[in-house]
Design a protein around this ligand. Sequence first.
Ligand code: FES
Length: 122
Amino acid sequence: MKPQKGWTVTFQPEGRKTVVQHGVTLLEAARKAGVVLPTRCGGKAGCLMCKVTVPQEEAAALRPPGDAERRKLGGLLDSGVRLACQAAVWNDLSVVVPEDPLKAAVRRRLEAARRGEEDGLW
Ligand code: FES
């Protein structure tokens, strides 16, 4: 069923939303929403940098993974991981964008500093 106004995709944890037409990839939707997903292969399922997580209850809102995505992700598909460059939107859904590793490290250090922990790595 194709909606007249498109499907709403919400990118967590920031909650950014965009509306896209049926079949648009999550990578395109992310760009439209202003969400930066790293890519190195140009969206050809080659770099695995565009991984996002889709809650199990929303998995059917995406086109099922094709051969390339299955081959690249293997068992990660069972955890709800999808390649944004391959996953086409078929319905409204929310996806979780992993935190940038550098930002995550800084956040953890700041949280530790706020708690008064010190490990001598600064
Ligand atoms: S952009 Fe490289 S695997 Fe998706």
